[in-house]
Design a protein around this ligand. Structure first.
Ligand code: NAD
Length: 500
């Protein structure tokens, strides 16, 4: 049976099954998400039949996580992943830039592959005394410009292909903003909600130990990404240091960045990605005659990147009118206070749904909300051919890595929606990571003001380079960013040659 036929059959089944069903108000946060389906209520932690807001197919299993209250739809995620591979998208973007400037074929050959790919399976003792085997990845894409650099992600959908794509994007990003790093990425396939903080600490330490000398302060430097944070970086650092000889220990504090301040972190690192996004939005707004005071914006993902971008937009007087995260989406025409929402999210297991005095809206309504700016700051492949058609904004400022599929990109261009592409827009994080790395190497401590100034200078000059390339080659900003980044790598390879 064809996929579309099967989907229609399921929808039909859903329509029939929905007749006469009432929403369950089983938990205060999640009412309306699930519909009673022949059971007295939600079965905590077990596969549960119910209407999923994403796939909207009645009898596909959704899972409620009682510890976090966060639910997810395995079917939807599998569907999205199957439909488009981030790695294929990354390569397609490279090919698009290649068509315009005809990079050296040999250099493209080097850059379309990765240098090292490490998969480690490691045992971790759980609270109940049982051992669980976990799988972690570290992909080192390229180090022509400096040590490998890139985040570490904890997510159930992490796999080698996703990490490969994200590592490749890191190489483009560091080349584009001209910092002396290459590109890498890591991840562990897990849902943090399944583990206690003590288990997460053991997982992090065991993974770091398994990586061994495949990371290092002058070789490969991890940082936080989705579901990882300064605490996890501190555990990585401590584990790495503990494997060194006593005389070496204090020479490797820069093996990770994004550490807590007291553990060798930098001022301004936590907000850095959001800060970089807002510097760029400010610049774009000035160039396009948009007054940010009173301008409206919507944000997808309210974690590190999304919440900081939202809070910094507030300082310009902009109005946050809709937010979507993994728990659902909320809307308020008059505006949502991002500082207050950030406090709420901290106290409510990271979820925006349930925030008082706002409307709860669905995925489609979130995407069609009329606003000036959209900041995607969640996962990849969110702006698809379908969602790009309903977006009602002037600018997409890509906080997330790979949020736009190639078909979505085409639709944005056709609809004259401007894009500040991911490798430029979210580079603030790696730029301030570079500052942290430098401070650690020199035993210096820079003030936040100094960091913000330096960040602004680097990211705005990268924006100017991209805009100049876009005008010169008459291409969109994403292709232009790609051209600038690859041209730099190409030049370095040509100057140095290939050993032997
Ligand atoms: P995070 O874990 O702090 O936050 C992720 C957010 O995305 C959460 O609010 C979560 O609820 C939401 N989310 C997850 N799945 C979702 C879904 N299916 N629909 C809607 N929302 C969903 O992660 P982060 O560090 O803020 O990273 C977000 C994005 O920014 C990622 O693409 C990451 O690679 C990218 N990025 C992060 C940094 C950084 O410094 N942390 C730097 C550059 C780029």
């Amino acid at each position: 049976m064809m996929v579309e036929e099967r989907r229609e059959k399921m929808r039909e089944k859903q329509r029939n099954a929905m007749n006469g069903l009432k929403p369950i108000a089983a938990t205060k946060d999640w009412k309306l998400l699930y519909f009673q389906h022949g059971r007295p209520g939600l079965e905590e932690g077990r596969p549960h039949k119910g209407l999923c807001k994403y796939c909207e197919i009645q009898d596909i299993c959704s899972i409620v996580k009682p510890k976090t209250g966060i639910w997810r739809c395995e079917y939807y995620q599998a569907k999205v992943r199957k439909k488009t591979s981030l790695y294929e998208n990354v390569i397609k973007q490279l090919e698009k830039a290649e068509e315009v400037v005809h990079f050296d074929k040999d250099i493209c050959e080097i850059l379309t592959g990765t240098m090292n790919e490490l998969v480690v399976h490691f045992p971790v003792k759980m609270e109940n005394g049982k051992i669980r085997m976990l799988t972690g990845y570290r992909v080192q894409h390229n180090n022509a410009l400096g040590p490998f650099k890139g985040g570490l992600r904890f997510h159930p959908m992490v796999d080698i292909e996703e990490i490969r794509a994200l590592a490749t994007l890191m190489t483009w990003k560091t080349a584009l903003v001209k910092i002396p790093f290459g590109g890498a990425k890591g991840g562990i396939q897990l849902d943090p909600a399944d583990f206690t903080p003590e288990e997460l600490e053991r997982i992090t330490r065991r993974f770091t130990y398994a990586l061994g000398n495949n990371i290092g302060p002058e070789y490969d430097i991890p940082a936080p990404d989705v579901n990882t944070n300064p605490q996890i970086m501190a555990w990585m650092l401590d584990t790495f240091m503990s494997t060194m000889t006593p005389t070496e220990r204090n020479r490797c504090i820069h093996v990770v960045t994004g550490k807590p301040l007291e553990a060798g972190g930098s001022q301004g690192r936590n907000k850095a990605t959001g800060q970089g996004i807002v510097f760029l939005i400010e610049k774009w707004a000035r160039d396009h005659g948009l007054n940010l005071k009173g301008a409206s914006y919507i944000v997808q993902g309210f974690g590190n990147v999304g919440s900081w971008a939202a809070r910094l937009m507030k300082q310009h007087g902009a109005r946050l009118i809709a937010v979507e995260d993994v728990s659902g989406a909320i809307y308020k025409k008059e505006g949502i206070d991002p500082d207050d929402l950030a406090e709420y999210v901290k106290e409510h297991r990271g979820a925006v749904l349930g925030y008082p005095q706002v409307d709860s809206i669905n995925h489609e309504r979130f995407f069609s909300t009329k606003a000036d700016i959209f900041i995607p700051a969640a996962l990849e492949n969110q702006i698809t051919a379908d969602t790009a058609e309903i977006l009602n904004v002037r600018l997409v400022a890509e906080g997330a890595n790979g949020p736009t599929e190639p078909e979505g990109d085409k639709a944005l261009q056709r609809r004259n929606i401007d894009v500040i592409p991911d490798i430029l827009c979210n580079a603030g994080g790696v730029i301030v990571s570079y500052f942290e790395w430098l401070q650690n190497k020199r035993s210096e401590f820079w003030e936040e003001e100094e960091i913000d100034q330096k960040l602004k200078k680097i990211i705005i000059s990268a924006y100017e380079r991209v805009r100049a390339a876009a005008e010169k080659h008459k291409v969109d900003m994403r292709t232009a960013a790609q051209i600038v980044a690859i041209s730099r790598l190409e030049m370095v390879y040509k100057e140095r040659g290939i050993f032997p």
